[in-house]
Design a protein around this ligand. Structure first.
Ligand code: FES
Length: 91
């Protein structure tokens, strides 16, 4: 179980390595916008500020390479691999 600090919400959640950041956040009362939960809409896009993670497959239309390099990710397709710090508001 990893600790994930949501910096702009000033909340800490826990997330297992088999749980997405979105599911963990929603279960623990942190609001992240979402619609599809399948990597297709882009509404759950967040910024990784620190930590290791693994991304599931998602469309490059929704998360282009440039945004991947900027450490943006889709919360519904991201699994922690260490304690992390993330930001919900991007841009
Ligand atoms: S909820 Fe649609 S991409 Fe994550």
């Amino acid at each position: 179980m990893f600790k994930v600090r949501i910096t702009d919400a000033e909340q800490d959640i826990t997330c297992s390595d088999s749980q997405t950041l979105l599911d963990a956040a929603l279960r623990q009362g942190t609001r992240i916008p979402y619609a599809c939960k399948g990597g297709g809409c882009g509404m759950c896009k967040i910024a990784i500020e620190a930590g290791e993670f693994e991304r599931g497959a998602s469309s490059k239309e929704v998360l282009p390479d440039e945004e991947r390099r900027m450490n943006y990710t889709l919360a519904c397709k991201t699994y922690p691999r260490s304690d992390m710090m993330v930001r919900i508001q991007i841009g």
